[in-house]
Design a binder for this molecule. Structure first.
Ligand SMILES: *[C@@H]1O[C@H](CO)[C@@H](O)[C@H](O)[C@H]1NC(C)=O
Ligand SMILES: *[C@@H]1O[C@H](CO)[C@@H](O)[C@H](O)[C@H]1NC(C)=O
Ligand SMILES: *[C@@H]1O[C@H](CO)[C@@H](O)[C@H](O)[C@H]1NC(C)=O
Ligand SMILES: *[C@@H]1O[C@H](CO)[C@@H](O)[C@H](O)[C@H]1NC(C)=O
Ligand SMILES: *[C@@H]1O[C@H](CO)[C@@H](O)[C@H](O)[C@H]1NC(C)=O
Ligand SMILES: *[C@@H]1O[C@H](CO)[C@@H](O)[C@H](O)[C@H]1NC(C)=O
Ligand SMILES: *[C@@H]1O[C@H](CO)[C@@H](O)[C@H](O)[C@H]1NC(C)=O
Ligand SMILES: *[C@@H]1O[C@H](CO)[C@@H](O)[C@H](O)[C@H]1NC(C)=O
Ligand SMILES: *[C@@H]1O[C@H](CO)[C@@H](O)[C@H](O)[C@H]1NC(C)=O
Ligand SMILES: *[C@@H]1O[C@H](CO)[C@@H](O)[C@H](O)[C@H]1NC(C)=O
Ligand SMILES: *[C@@H]1O[C@H](CO)[C@@H](O)[C@H](O)[C@H]1NC(C)=O
Ligand SMILES: *[C@@H]1O[C@H](CO)[C@@H](O)[C@H](O)[C@H]1NC(C)=O
Length: 752
């Protein structure tokens, strides 16, 4: 708009002024007759002029675009003579026409009135055509850029020109745009790419070092650049090698680690050091360096505690458990202070090396002294020392009866355990020893001896009696003012047997030997059991004590004949009894129970045989003997001479007329007749000869263990005998009376 009008306007104004002046000069003579004059003048105007009335005069004026006097000549004015840019504006061409001109925009420009031609005085001018807006003719990836009167192609972001330089003309040039492709991202040795990426512009590739590799640089991203290449990286993945683990103070490295990532090095504290914070380790990190754990080794300070005194002079303590494995040396400093200020205090250092957690040491201390004991560890170990006060027991045995400890050794010896006496102080003690047994009134064992203190432990063998309570009175000789100390000990029962050589005499008497040499009272417990094989119901038991002072005690027992006995004898001072077996001999059977009668010339009554009791032994047989009455006075009951009726020596001899075994006799009684001509056993019961006088004897025989005993009783006297009665008849004197029993037989031994 600013271009055209005023550039043209100046010369045009001057031209009009000129034309006006010309017209005024020419019109003056025609002033008298206005109408005529006007028509006259107008008729004379040039064909390219117009007649104009100015006031009373008319003037011819060349039309616009013509120059002249308006009457004779009006010639065409060349407006373009001043140049297109002056007349039409920039980017124009100027075209003169008769009486005018027009302007046309140059190629690449257009008129702002959008006409092909224009006259600049209406403000129209030429403006650049934006070809990029009009048509996009840059191909894929191209970007149109308008320039004055033309346009060019550039490649869009993400694209690069191919086949020529940039910018390029879409048709004229062979250049094209291709999409940027950075291709495969670079490989990093020891590294790898994390996640997805593309090969397009701006794509980012993230790198990381592989396990066991590390890089100093944090530069881990590469981007696809506009020039189609990946940015170079500073990432440099190197294999991790931590090297040798670092030293840890007061610790040693244990084997079994590498220098690679994650390797753990273990340390142990040196002896005497500990790691309260736990195990000490160092880990090979991804930075290629070792990272140590927070704990460290600190010196163990031994705590000595729980100090206690025992056995008067011994000290025991404890140390904090389980931290030290080797031996520890202790320094025990002892300082004694006695009441007597003149006596110098005892001062000593004792060293003890031990690996015990509860060390103990017996100190060589004096009696009756107050001590300070300071226990600490020997350098270089450090400890919290323990200091205790300790008072030893009295100096003399008689001040404290706990000092002398008397015990029994080997049954017969007194063992004297003495504590806490300092070697060198020697004193004589008198020992009075008296042994008593509670169950014996007359037992006592007294002895006396002197004992000189030289050793800590002494044994005095005194031949003590077993199972005896001993009272020991100890008196310090030379100090009559001191009371004696009394202690009691009891000896154990003897394990060894004290009874030997048991023998039996006078059938029921026992004699034995006591091992004790001295004539000392002893009590014996006797236990007796008796049994009979032939008498099941028989049982005898006796228990009694006997006391004896003899070395060969004797006792006679109230034993039954024909019995097996077990006899147990135990000295009460002995642990075990002695048991022996003993069998008593049988004695004569009880006298046969018979009803004695006398027959004068009449027939014999039947004999009634009653079973005898087995009081003194088993009964074997019952025999009925027929004896001429004259022989009665010389008959011996235990003689075995008596023969059978047929084997008798003469008519005048006696004979056995019947024999019945004990087992054949019924429990109540049985009867038999003399002379019934039957056999009893192997004996013939012959009839008595009439006219003779006879004596009928019943003999009971007991036999056991090669001993035979018989008893006999006269059953009947037969004077002038006759045949036996068939019916029992009560005849005779003294029948039914037990008063008259004639005993013929006496005891006798039968040694076979
Ligand atoms: C015409 O172009 C010239 C030179 O390019 C410039 O100086 C001038 O201002 C332009 N005129 C107009 C009206 O644009
Ligand atoms: C364009 O030109 C034609 C003839 O040349 C004219 O009639 C018309 O008015 C012009 N238009 C403008 C907008 O100037
Ligand atoms: C990576 O690409 C794969 C296939 O091209 C796709 O399935 C996956 O979701 C992508 N992952 C991420 C994190 O973009
Ligand atoms: C005390 O000493 C006696 C004898 O020396 C010993 O037999 C005993 O074991 C000691 N007592 C303790 C508790 O050690
Ligand atoms: C030891 O100390 C006790 C009190 O602690 C004191 O009664 C006693 O007399 C002291 N004995 C000696 C020998 O110093
Ligand atoms: C005990 O140990 C200490 C310290 O180690 C030392 O000085 C002293 O001589 C030792 N004493 C004895 C008796 O060994
Ligand atoms: C105990 O002994 C240790 C080591 O000799 C010493 O440092 C400490 O002072 C002593 N303590 C006492 C109370 O004597
Ligand atoms: C006496 O010594 C014996 C054996 O040596 C022991 O068993 C006993 O405990 C001691 N008695 C006392 C009171 O010390
Ligand atoms: C014990 O010693 C005292 C004093 O020396 C003496 O008189 C006595 O006879 C001694 N006793 C014995 C049993 O030796
Ligand atoms: C022992 O001493 C006590 C008093 O302590 C006394 O009664 C007793 O008779 C004494 N015994 C002997 C055997 O001396
Ligand atoms: C034992 O028998 C004999 C005769 O054999 C006699 O002298 C002695 O007194 C008897 N002993 C007893 C204890 O009966
Ligand atoms: C024998 O004497 C001991 C010791 O006195 C006693 O215990 C026991 O009961 C006595 N036995 C008999 C049977 O008297």
């Amino acid at each position: 708009m600013a271009r055209g009008p005023w550039g043209v306007g100046i010369p045009l104004g001057r031209l009009l002024l000129l034309l006006l002046l010309l017209s005024l000069a020419r019109g003056a003579p025609r002033a008298r007759s206005q109408d005529d004059f006007h028509s006259d003048i107008c008729a004379t105007c040039h064909e390219h002029a117009t007649c104009s009335k100015i006031g009373r005069t008319s003037i011819c004026m060349c039309k616009y675009g013509f120059v002249g006097n308006g009457r004779t000549h009006c010639i065409d004015k060349d407006e373009c003579q001043f140049g297109a840019s002056v007349v039409c504006g920039n980017h124009t061409s100027c075209h003169n026409t008769p009486g005018g001109f027009y302007c046309i925009c140059l190629e690449g420009y257009r008129a702002t009135n959008n006409n092909k031609t224009f006259i600049p005085n209406d403000g129209t001018f030429c403006t650049d055509i934006d070809e990029c807006e009009v048509s996009s003719r840059c191909r894929h990836g191209g970007r149109c850029v308008n320039t004055r009167g033309s346009y060019e192609c550039y490649c869009m972001d993400g694209y690069l020109p191919k086949g020529g330089p940039e910018p390029f003309h879409p048709t004229r040039d062979a250049t094209s745009c291709t999409e940027i492709d950075c291709g495969t991202p670079p490989e990093i040795p020891g590294g790898y790419i994390i996640g997805n990426y593309t090969s397009r512009l701006g794509s980012q590739v993230h790198y990381a070092c592989k396990e066991g590799f590390f890089s100093d640089s944090e530069d881990t991203v590469s981007s696809c650049t506009a020039v189609g290449t990946w940015e170079s990286l500073k990432l440099n993945c190197q294999e991790i090698d931590c090297g040798h683990p670092p030293e840890v103070q007061h610790a040693v490295l244990e084997g079994g680690h590498s220098s690679r990532l994650g390797s753990v090095a273990h340390y142990v504290c040196l002896e005497g050091f500990e790691s309260p914070g736990g195990k000490i380790t160092s880990v090979c990190t991804e930075k290629g360096t070792w990272r140590a754990s927070a704990s460290s080794c600190s010196e163990i300070i031994i705590e000595i505690n729980e100090v206690s005194v025992f056995n008067n002079t011994c000290v025991r303590w404890q140390i904090n458990p389980g931290r030290i494995n080797s031996k520890i040396e202790y320094v025990i400093y002892i300082k004694g202070q006695r009441l007597d200020p003149l006596e110098s205090g005892h001062e000593e250092t004792v060293n003890l090396t031990t690996e015990s957690r509860t060390p103990e040491v017996c100190l060589d201390l004096s009696q009756g002294t107050n001590y300070t004991v300071n226990i600490s560890t020997a350098p270089p170990r450090r400890s919290v020392p323990a200091v205790i006060e300790l008072q030893t027991a009295g100096d003399d045995l008689l001040e404290d009866d706990g000092i002398f400890n008397i015990s029994i050794l080997n049954e017969v010896c007194l063992k004297l355990n003495r504590h806490s006496r300092k070697v060198g102080s020697e004193q004589v003690y008198q020992f009075k020893v008296l042994g008593r047994r509670r169950y014996l009134n007359n037992f006592y064992h007294a002895t006396l001896f002197n004992f000189t203190t030289r050793e800590q432990t002494a044994v005095v063998c005194l031949d003590l009696y077993p199972a005896t309570d001993y009272t020991v009175n100890v008196t310090l000789l030379g100090s009559p003012e001191l009371p004696s100390v009394q202690t009691t000990v009891t000896t154990a029962p003897a394990v060894k047997q004290t009874i030997s050589n048991i023998s039996i005499f006078n059938e029921t008497c026992l004699r034995w030997r006591s091992m004790k040499t001295a004539d000392i009272e002893e009590m014996y417990l006797v236990h007796i059991w008796g049994q009979r094989w032939y008498q099941k119901g028989f049982a005898q038991e006796m228990i009694f004590n006997i006391t004896a002072s003899s070395q060969t005690p004797e006792t006679c027992l109230d034993l039954s004949p024909g019995t097996n006995y077990s006899v147990s004898i135990q000295a009460l001072s002995s642990e075990l009894p002695v048991v022996i077996s003993l069998t008593t001999q049988i004695t004569e059977p009880p006298l046969p129970e018979v009803d004695f009668f006398t027959v004068h010339g009449g027939p014999l009554p039947r004999l009634r045989l009653k079973k005898a009791t087995e009081k003194n032994g088993p009964i074997g047989s019952y025999q009925v003997l027929v004896l001429p009455l004259a022989l009665q006075s010389t008959f011996a009951c235990d003689s075995e001479e008596a023969a059978s009726f047929f084997s008798k020596a003469s008519e005048a001899s006696g004979y056995v007329t019947a024999e019945l075994l004990a087992k054949d006799i019924p429990d109540d009684a049985m009867e038999m007749s003399i002379g019934d001509r039957l056999y009893y056993g192997k004996y013939y019961n012959a009839p008595l000869k009439t006219g003779h006088d006879y004596c009928i004897i019943l003999r009971i025989t007991s036999e056991w263990d090669e001993v035979r005993r018989s008893t006999c009783a006269v059953w009947a006297h037969v004077k002038g005998s006759s045949l036996p009665l068939l019916l029992p008849q009560m005849v005779g004197v003294g029948l039914g009376s037990m008063a008259v029993v004639i005993v013929l037989a006496f005891l006798s031994f039968s040694a076979v």
